[in-house]
Design a protein around this ligand. Structure first.
Ligand SMILES: [Zn+2]
Length: 485
């Protein structure tokens, strides 16, 4: 069975045939790092993560290269850094770290390569020089512009004529432009603006050239899949295609163009002015990452996603039920066979709603079938809604070791009566409420009270700790504490 994907370029579902099944190559436009990721940024990250996982399952983990860039030079970044009075590098480093933490919590795997724009300026300059030499670009008043009329089939992806595009877009009229559609490849930097030396003076790249240069550098002139949100088709992706095709003697940039649909919040456009702007960071304060991810995947990636509180609550309930059904596995489940209903759904243009229906059916059988529970777990791992038990155990071990090293004696002390394993963040949280010595002394006092059959005192200590969110569990082997969830 072939993977079928909707290709925006051909406007049809096609069998996916990679250039080489030894190295399937995908590029997705990544975030511009100046603010917390919002739910509209999370959608492509999650959607293309599902595709990445599926490709790894089909072609093998080591035979897929996924590149998702970080745009760390942009006028929005300069503006925000100036507003906050911080260095640009500090803002982009902080925002990148936040983006990673948020996406990790949503179960989004890190891409194979995550290139930063500022580390590829030389490649951008080289590509711009090629475009000038070949007659597609010109320098005017220290700006370098791509001359759109020089490319006869500009606009193939959106399928619109130049006139239509010109009418529909807000096009900046500037004295250095030969044609209103021409777009910036390089612009001059003045004063504190970040800038690099170039044949056209000190300046910085336009946004579109970043992706063309980074995809060429890491994936070659022609690669398999280029992805992003539907709002990027014009002008960003049209301009990427123009730059790459013209710099590469007419070669196709990517064989499959995949776009996820728009996002709305409670039926309205999400915007700061409407006050319905939802960041992943805020959502994660209240909801598990699996619930947020499931709420995204309940809508097919090409459909508009209407983000609602009700939908999220529903997703959280389902995610909890599925987690309970698949809890306790120690070994990795067998990957799903190709004819499994969940695989069949995903192979058909990533039909996640159909995969979720198949999971509902499976969850009924899973009530009394260990085999069905294992299948469920395999499906949840493939969808990024659960972690592989072996990988999770390794991560927990590594995390404990790291936290133990960082917290030293305090960590050792707090583990005395803790339920094992004790994640470092739980230890840190408890230590912010009570010292390890006090906690251990209280547990020992309660054990002594129980031995003396002083039940009132034993209960008083239990309640005192319960108020801090620390639950005590008695068993024949002793007393342990754990954080109440
Ligand atoms: Zn891009």
């Amino acid at each position: 069975m072939a993977l079928r994907l909707y290709n925006s370029m051909s406007r049809s579902k096609q069998d996916f045939k990679p250039i080489s099944d030894q190295n399937v190559r995908m590029y997705v436009c990544g975030p511009t790092v100046y603010d917390y990721a919002h739910i509209g940024n999370a959608r492509p990250a999650v959607v293309f993560d599902v595709l990445f996982r599926l490709l790894r399952q089909i072609y093998g983990k080591d035979h897929v290269t996924y590149v998702r860039n970080i745009t760390d030079v942009d006028d929005k970044i300069n503006k925000r850094a100036a507003e906050e009075g911080v260095e640009i590098a500090e803002l982009t480093a902080k925002t990148t770290a936040q983006y990673h933490a948020d996406m990790d919590a949503l179960g989004v795997l890190r891409p194979t390569i995550e290139p930063r724009a500022t580390e590829h300026i030389a490649q951008m300059i080289a590509m711009i020089e090629k475009l000038i030499d070949a007659g597609y670009a010109y320098c005017e008043q220290r700006h370098v512009l791509f001359h759109v009329p020089a490319m006869p089939d500009y606009g193939k992806l959106s399928g619109r004529s130049l006139d239509e595009m010109q009418a529909g877009a807000r096009i900046e009229i500037a004295p250095y432009k030969r044609d209103p559609m021409d777009f910036v490849l390089w612009k001059p930097s003045i004063g504190v603006q970040p800038g690099w030396d170039s044949p056209w003076g000190r300046g910085r790249p336009g946004w579109h050239i970043e992706c063309s240069a980074m995809s060429e550098h890491h994936l070659g002139e022609t690669f398999d899949i280029h992805g992003g949100g539907i709002d990027l088709i014009f002008p960003h992706h049209e301009n990427e295609i123009a730059q790459s095709t013209c710099a590469h003697g007419g070669k196709v940039m990517a064989n499959y163009w995949i776009h996820n649909g728009y996002l709305q919040v409670e039926g309205e456009k999400m915007s700061k002015s409407l006050g319905n702007f939802i960041t992943v960071h805020d959502l994660l304060d209240q909801w598990p990452g699996e619930a947020i991810r499931l709420a995204i995947l309940m809508t097919h990636y090409r459909q508009p996603l209407n983000w609602t509180q009700k939908g999220l609550e529903e997703a959280a309930k389902i995610a909890r039920r599925w987690e309970a059904l698949t809890f306790g596995f120690k070994a990795s489940p067998k990957p799903l066979p190709e004819d499994h209903p969940v695989m069949v759904a995903l192979m058909d243009d990533l039909n996640t709603p159909a995969a979720i229906s198949a999971l509902h059916a499976l969850s009924k059988q899973a009530q009394n079938s260990q085999a069905a529970r294992a299948e469920m777990l395999a499906a949840l791992i493939l969808l990024g809604l659960a972690k592989d038990p072996v990988e999770r155990a390794e991560e927990t071990r590594a995390m404990i070791a790291e936290q133990a090293a960082e917290m030293g004696q305090a960590y050792k002390a707090i583990r005395k009566y803790a339920k094992t394993p004790l994640p470092g963040r739980d230890a840190k949280h408890v230590l912010s409420l009570i010292s390890a010595d006090e906690l251990n002394a209280l547990i020992e006092a309660r054990l002594a009270a129980r031995a003396a059959k002083d039940w009132a005192e034993a209960d008083r200590i239990r309640d005192q700790l319960a108020k801090l969110g620390i639950a005590l569990k008695d068993s024949p082997s002793g007393t342990e504490w754990e954080l109440r969830r």
